[in-house]
Every structure is written in C-alpha cells, then in structure tokens.
Design a protein around this ligand. Structure first.
Ligand code: ZN
Length: 416
C-alpha cells in the first residue's frame, strides 16, 4: 500500500479561513497529524501514568531493535498491558519522579515505557482523566537489555508474540502503515531510538535514566550501588544538575528538501544519488547547518549539489521523518535568471546526476512511475522512464505542488 489513502486528512484541512483562501489548503504529510493528544504536561504525573499504564483500553507499540511489532506490513500490532506486565511492573509509577531519581541504583534496570498520548477519537471504554478521555498509547522497547532478569522477561515476551504469528517488521524505512498508525509509529520510533542512544550523560559520561515518561533523560546525583560497595553514594559533580538545562531532551534534526522551478516555470530540477535504482530521481535535500535560516540552507544545498543559483524560496510543508530524528522542511524555490540554471556537479560530489525535467515528463512519472525505493512502479511504467518517490514522501508532494498550475498561476507566481 502506498497511495493517497495514506495521506492524513485531519478535519482542519477542510476548514475555510482567510489564510486557506490566500495560500491554498495545507499539505499534510505522511508521519504527521497524529491522532494522539500528547498531553505533554502529564508526562511527570505518576498518578496519571499509573492509571494510563494499567487501563484495559491501553495499547503498547512494541519494538525490537527498532523493528515494530506487526500483524503484517500494513498493520501494526498494539499490545495490551497484560502482554507486557513482566517487563513493566504495575508498581513502576508508585514513586514520584523526584524519589525515583534520589533512589537511583545502577544495579537495577527496568524497562522504561514512553507515554505517547491519548487517542481522543475513541472515548467509549477509554481512560477518563480530568477533562481528557481516550485510549492511552505507550511505546516500549523490548530489545533484551539490562539485568539478567529483565533480559529473560524480554526474550520470553518476544517468543510469545512471535509464537502468535506476529512479526517485528524489518526495513530501513517503513512506509506501509495507514496514516494514523504511521504517525504513532513515527513518534514511538524516534523516542525509542533517542533513549537508546543517550544512555550516558553528554557532560560527565555516567549513565542517565529516563524520566518524564521517556521524553527526557536525567543524570542522577547518587547511586545506591556505590554505597553498597562501601563508597560514598554521591556520583561525581555534573554541570547538568546545577544549571537550568539540567536534562537531556530528544533531538529533532531539521533538514531542507526542495523542488526547484526554472526561470520560465516550465521545468523542475531533480537529482539522483548513487543508491537510487536506475531512472529514479527526487528533490534535493540536506541538513540545515547551525546559524542558518531555512531559506539560506535551501539556496546553499542546491548550489553545492547542483551548481544552480536560486532566488526566492517559499516554505511549503513539513514532514517528520523518524529515520532517525529528522524534520523535513519542504520548500519550492525558483531561479530568477536562465544563466543561473547551469548544472555543475563538481562542487560537492553528493549527487550522481541532476537534471532539468519538462513538466509533461514529470506529470507522466507522477501517474505511472511512483514507488518506494525498494519497490517497482505499476504495470503502465516502461523501463527507462522517469521514476519518482511515492506520495508518502514529502518529495512527491513538493513535486506535485511545483508543477501544479494552481501553485504557479500568474497571480501566485508573481508573489514568489
Ligand atoms: Zn552527568
């Protein structure tokens, strides 16, 4: 499955407003527009978390080595608390976060569930907490790690779910889930990955622990294991405990991705990397550097990779991309002088090729030549024809926008 049915369709898109009339409808990209209300202000409320953890409606996204548990490639499996209780004891939120930090003992390891939010579209049978009602979602990393006991429980859990015919779905990028499940999976994957990579303090190098329901990591001031070894319990001083930035927060790495329109608005610039299959082209992309605006990053990347000099850059839409922690900021940009359209791949040899494509050829490719990187386009596609990324990739949405007459009509083009 990789069609328009996977594109999120939240109610606000249809709403009329002065901004919607002026700029057109918002483009909502795959992995965004989660059905969950994250309720970020409840992440340190252990009474709430305890109730959410054990509620009969609660669902858990399980991952092993970042592979999500599924029934099949288009259907993620959501576990019940009963299925994970050996790994996540029901006493896990009995202590306050403050006491949890104070009583830190490096000899004991426990699984750290991550609270993702409440699905308020399902109120019936959901958890009711103050004015919020819905199905709570958690993410849980079941990769065997930590103490022997914890590893034994994790291995047993993995055997049980696999015995039911469920599969931890492997794949470099998974783009096969329906829109809502994809957004939940993206949040779970990004947070599990970040927690896995940040087990040690970036300032003092000692182990950190997960707090705020998996959305922050703290460097505890003491360790009961030191005391048990006949040493003072205090760990070495660490700046993260004395300043206002006393915690480590999940990363989001901003990236630009851009569809470039020629001076006459009749062609668009696409490039291909060496790892793409033959005839597969896409929009140009790259990381935003420190102290760089989105627009500057777009102009720099396109010049570095293709030698093309841009003028106006318009931010179009964005897409969370949990591989591992990117936010793709999509733009449409235009060249203002034909002399600036000359392609030069010799500055930064990142691309194998970059080319200007006529809009008619791109329209054909959007109709018959789209497929994810590892898959083949439909039966109408003829070998050697232009191939483009699927609608689940923001690149596809940017290309559509850049060649659409609506976006490039005289009035709007004048504003670019
Ligand atoms: Zn530290």
């Amino acid at each position: 499955m990789s069609g328009d049915s996977q594109i999120p369709n939240p109610a606000h898109i249809q709403a009329d407003s002065m901004l919607a009339r002026h700029f057109g409808r918002e483009t909502v990209n795959y992995f965004s527009s989660s059905p969950l209300n994250r309720l970020s202000f409840l992440r340190s409320d252990h009474t709430f978390l305890s109730a959410a953890l054990k509620h009969p409606s609660t669902r858990f996204v399980l991952m092993k080595d970042l592979a999500p548990l599924t029934r099949n490639p288009t259907e993620p499996y959501f576990a019940k608390y009963e299925e994970v209780r050996t790994l996540v004891p029901d006493t896990i939120y009995d202590k306050s976060e403050e006491d949890f930090l104070k009583e830190y003992d490096s000899r004991k390891t426990i699984a750290a569930p991550i609270f993702l939010g409440l699905d308020e579209s399902h109120k019936q049978d959901g958890l009711a907490w103050k004015i919020y009602t819905g199905i709570p979602y958690f993410a849980l990393d079941v990769t065997p790690s930590g103490s022997d006991e914890q590893q034994t429980h994790a291995k047993a859990l993995i055997s049980e779910v696999e015995a039911k015919g469920l599969i931890f779905l492997q794949g470099r990028t998974i783009l096969s889930f329906p829109a809502n499940e994809a957004a939940i999976y993206a949040q779970a994957r990004a947070l599990i990955d970040w927690n896995t990579r940040n087990r040690f303090c970036g300032t003092c190098g000692h182990p950190t622990i997960s707090v705020n329901s998996g959305t922050k990591r703290a460097c505890p001031p003491s360790d009961a294991a030191l005391l048990a070894a006949g040493k003072p319990a205090e760990r070495p001083a660490c700046n993260t405990r004395t300043t206002i930035s006393n915690l480590s927060f999940p990363r989001t790495d901003p990236t630009i991705i851009v569809a470039v329109v020629s001076t006459d608005a009749k062609r668009i610039l696409l490039g291909r990397s060496k790892r793409f299959p033959p005839s597969f082209y896409s929009t140009l992309a790259g990381f935003i550097e420190p102290a760089e605006s989105v627009e500057d990053a777009v102009r720099r990347e396109v010049w570095e990779e293709a030698g093309v000099t841009l003028s106006r850059v318009v931010i179009h839409s964005s897409q969370p991309w949990p591989y591992p922690a990117n936010l793709m900021i999509g733009a449409i940009a235009q060249v203002s002088d034909p002399a600036h359209e000359t392609i030069n791949l010799e500055h930064d040899p990142e691309l194998e090729d970059a080319k200007w494509f006529d809009i008619a050829e791109v329209e054909d490719a959007l109709r018959i030549g789209v497929a994810p990187l590892g898959e083949k386009p439909g039966p109408e596609y003829k070998e050697g024809g232009l191939r483009l990324p699927p609608p689940t990739a923001i690149a596809n949405q940017l290309i559509r926008a850049a060649i659409s007459l609506d976006f490039l009509d005289a009035e709007k083009a004048a504003k670019m």
